[in-house]
Design a binder for this molecule. Structure first.
Ligand SMILES: Nc1ncnc2c1ncn2[C@@H]1O[C@H](COP(=O)(O)OP(=O)(O)OP(=O)(O)O)[C@@H](O)[C@H]1O
Ligand SMILES: [Mg+2]
Length: 236
């Protein structure tokens, strides 16, 4: 569904990602892991059309989308939940969700998406009239994911869903992502919470200083000496 080939990108004179190749197949839940500053968010933003790639190709369902504007990429069916969430804090939960469906003209389809999001995150249904700016951290995450789902994406990109969440809430959000994946949604997830992520995903890539240094099944990566050493704090 998504194939990134030899991607280079950066800001000004600073090259942040170098020669990244990765692939996400239909229905897969794949993680991009790595330390702060590795270039994970930059990679997601390139795919979502928010940062322009310097070199390389990004193909979605066989069509090249590299360099395409973010709103057009979104219209093709790629939803992004960014680190900063970008919620409309002065609008209610319900209004934020509707904003996510701005490109869906059919009222019936919007209603079905809304029901779906409320069944996935009952907490949002309870807080439907509440201003987004007054939600807790976990509820905000759920709202940002819910809003991205309202556009009916076929590929969901999620940047660090566990950031700032206690383990219990992280698990709730991860459970929701796993459920979405089991229902057929294709997901590429950026994470630093390596232990919990490897328990949930099918495959993962490890990005360090802008380059992919490891890739493989979740099981293979959990058993990798490098991952154990650097990310899981297990002494060999
Ligand atoms: N808009 C920007 N302008 C200039 N430099 C940037 C910009 N965005 C990111 N960078 C730099 O690019 C590098 C990679 O940033 P990026 O956000 O992709 O890392 P990350 O892997 O997502 O890290 P984190 O885990 O901390 O979110 C960092 O050194 C960062 O300072
Ligand atoms: Mg980041």
């Amino acid at each position: 569904m998504l194939r990134v080939t030899e991607l280079d990108a950066g800001y000004g004179f600073l090259r942040v990602v170098h020669g990244i190749s990765l692939q996400v197949n239909q229905g897969e839940l794949v993680a991009l892991l790595g330390p702060n500053g590795a270039g994970k968010s930059t990679t997601l933003k390139c795919i979502a059309g928010l940062v322009r790639p310097w070199k390389g190709d990004i193909a979605f369902r066989g069509h090249s989308i590299g360099g395409l504007r973010g709103d057009l990429v979104n219209g093709l069916g790629i939803g992004l939940v960014s680190e900063s969430l970008n919620l409309f804090t002065g609008m209610t939960v319900y209004e934020n969700l509707l904003m996510g469906a701005y490109s869906v003209p059919e009222a019936e389809k919007r209603r079905r998406s809304l029901d779906f999001v409320f069944s996935l995150f009952p907490r949002l249904a309870e807080r439907r009239p509440q201003l987004a700016g007054t939600l807790s951290g976990g509820e905000r995450k759920m709202l940002a994911i819910g809003r991205a789902l309202m556009g009916g994406p076929s590929l969901l990109l999620v940047d660090e869903p566990s950031l700032g969440l206690a383990p219990k809430l992280t698990q709730q959000v991860f459970d929701a992502l796993r459920k979405l994946s089991d229902d057929g949604l294709t997901i590429l997830l950026v994470e630093q919470n390596v232990t919990a992520t490897l328990e949930m995903v099918d495959r993962a890539y490890v990005l360090e200083q802008g380059e992919i240094v490891l890739e493989g099944s979740a099981q293979k990566l959990s058993e990798s000496e490098h991952v154990k050493d650097v990310y899981l704090g297990v002494m060999a």
